[in-house]
Design a protein around this ligand. Structure first.
Ligand code: UDX
Length: 437
């Protein structure tokens, strides 16, 4: 067996775990997946994929022979030396990362000189040191430890696994680090091999920086609304500067998802716990919360109050190509709309099932036109391609009112205006109207 095709274990079968398992199976490894959720393991054994991620089902099916699912850690230990940890690290009430699932794995693993934990879950910088201490205390000092943070984006996770911008491996320079380097070698990605604490910090700092970029452009958008500039044009001009780059400069109604809100907060708390007040991140979080609520102000401005008004939400997921509703802006939006007396009807091509578990007091429609029927306003919440290709003339005819708030600056203002709709984006100013007049 060549080192690059060594078997691995993956503990936790959420987004990160399943994509990691599928990816390494695709590269030729046998993969032993372990999860404490017996029902989930049963579904996976039956070929059912519990999450929506483009290409994942196909990749798992293609490599079914190499993928093994179990609720028992011993199955993975018996077959693999490297155990990738991909369990959840949700925020606690204090904003720190909850490491109880990680700790449960550490407690469960027996002493061994032949095994190593490879941390994929996002954990605070310093976790590696804490894990090593726990190993020592539990008489398991032979176990290896590698930090290998995951940078995949939901919706493009398979592509991100196969074509990563970089692979970051933090270790102490032993066999385990070498083995992880070998595993990733076929991907031919830039490798950052470093110490454990730095690898952990690369992940948190990257997410915090990207979130900062979004809050920054959102604040520029808000200023554009005051000055009449168009943030789309501003971002285009800024993005051509090599040092800035065009990505993550899309103004909108705020970032959500399982990583940004959690990781920005976790880094802020981590800094605070170490005695440093990370002022910038406090603002990044606050700007994001306010950004979600600005839509409500726009609706009030245009509709002159929301009591008895019917508002259609186009999209609910925190971004397109996922059914993930974690920290989605739609959660805040729908609750605020309800509180202000509006009737809310929503359509999302994929996330309805997840949304039903989290939101109450809204109706769900089976199509965009059904949602728009008799609506006073439509709010584009998630830029699913389906909405971009809509016949807005039909939407206009179906609605009772004529207001469209483009929460993602994804629609064509001219096309909507030509359909007789009132278009209001995020930071779009009045440039187009000025040019026409
Ligand atoms: C993110 C990181 O990109 C990824 O590297 C990390 O591993 C996990 O967190 P993800 O949460 O899947 O990935 O989504 P991403 O595509 O980064 O978008 C996050 C949020 O930011 C979405 O709500 C999106 O709508 C928003 N966003 C993104 C903007 O509002 N503007 C932008 O320009 C980019």
């Amino acid at each position: 067996m060549s080192a690059a095709r060594q078997p691995i274990g993956v503990i936790g079968t959420g987004y990160v775990g399943l994509v990691t398992a599928a990816g390494f199976a695709e590269l030729g490894s046998d993969v032993w997946c372990v999860d404490i959720d017996a029902a989930k393991i049963e579904r996976l054994r039956a070929g059912e994929v519990p999450i929506y991620e483009p290409g994942l089902q196909e990749m798992l099916a293609r490599n079914a022979e190499r993928l093994h699912f179990s609720t028992s850690l011993s199955d993975a230990l018996a077959h693999a030396r490297l155990l990738f940890i991909a369990v959840g690290t949700p925020p606690t009430y204090s904003g720190d990362a909850d490491l109880s699932a990680v700790n449960a794995v550490i407690d469960a693993i027996p002493p061994s000189k032949d095994h190593a934990l490879v941390m994929k879950s996002t954990v605070p910088s310093g976790t590696g040191v804490a894990v090593k201490r726990m190993f020592d205390e539990q008489g398991k000092d032979g176990l290896g430890y590698v930090s290998c943070p995951e940078f995949l984006k939901e919706g493009s996770a398979i592509k991100d696994f196969m074509h990563p911008d970089r692979v970051v491996i933090g270790d102490v320079g032993d066999w385990a680090g070498d083995a992880v380097v070998e595993l990733y070698a076929p991907l031919d990605a830039p490798l950052v091999r470093t110490d454990i604490a730095s690898a952990e910090m690369v992940k948190l700092a990257s997410n915090a920086f990207l979130a900062t970029k979004i809050s920054f452009i959102n604040e520029i958008a808000n200023v554009c609304e005051e000055t009449g500039a168009d943030v789309v044009e501003v971002a285009r001009g800024m993005g051509l500067d090599d040092r800035i780059g065009p990505k993550f400069l899309q103004a909108g109604i705020g970032f959500g998802g399982s990583c940004f809100p959690k990781d920005v907060d976790a880094l802020k708390q981590l800094a605070g716990n170490s005695g440093y007040h990370f002022q910038l991140l406090t603002s990044v979080i606050e700007v994001n919360e306010l950004q979600k609520r600005r839509v409500i102000g726009k609706l009030h401005k245009h509709l002159g109050g929301l009591v008895g008004k019917r508002v259609a939400l186009f999209g609910l997921a925190f971004k397109p190509n996922t059914d993930d509703m974690r920290e989605a802006s739609s959660l805040v939006l729908s609750a605020r709309l309800n509180a202000d007396g509006a009737a809310v009807v929503a359509y999302d091509p994929v996330a309805e099932e997840q949304a039903r578990k989290l939101v109450s007091g809204i109706d769900f429609a089976g199509s965009p036109l059904e949602a728009a029927k008799d609506a006073d306003a439509v709010v584009l919440v998630t830029e699913w391609p389906e909405f971009l290709e809509l016949d807005w003339q039909l939407v206009a005819e179906t609605m009772q009112g004529n207001l469209v708030i483009d929460g993602r600056n994804a629609l064509d203002p001219d096309a909507l205006r030509a359909a007789g709709l009132v278009y209001d984006g995020v930071g779009r100013g009045d440039r187009r109207r000025e040019r026409r007049s």
